[in-house]
Design a protein around this ligand. Structure first.
Ligand SMILES: [Zn+2]
Length: 98
């Protein structure tokens, strides 16, 4: 399938594969700036979501003194309990919504 699109910059018609990264054959400017901006926004949002979802667990270092690893274990226990409760609530919501 071959399509053409009018370049918003120079007004010439260029080959267009409906790809946001397609560029004008005449002036090399982006053929569909709106799609490019939309795709960038989508990628940034996805990145932010990934960061939000990745929860960092406390790392227990074997070389830590006993009191340090003791408190770390308590913190880790709370983290695991918290994650379990959240996943249980999400599971419950999915169950009730389904
Ligand atoms: Zn152009």
């Amino acid at each position: 399938m071959s399509a053409t699109k009018k370049c918003p910059n120079c007004g010439q018609w260029s080959r267009w594969t409906q790809n946001p990264t397609d560029r004008c054959e005449h002036c090399n400017s982006v053929l569909d700036p709106v799609a490019v901006a939309r795709q960038q926004a989508r990628e940034e949002r996805k990145l932010a979501e990934d960061e939000h979802l990745s929860l960092k667990f406390i790392q227990i270092n074997p070389n830590d003194p006993w009191y340090k690893s003791f408190f770390k274990r308590i913190g880790l226990g709370f983290q695991i309990a918290f994650v379990s409760i959240i996943s249980f609530i999400l599971w419950l919501i999915a169950l009730l919504a389904g």
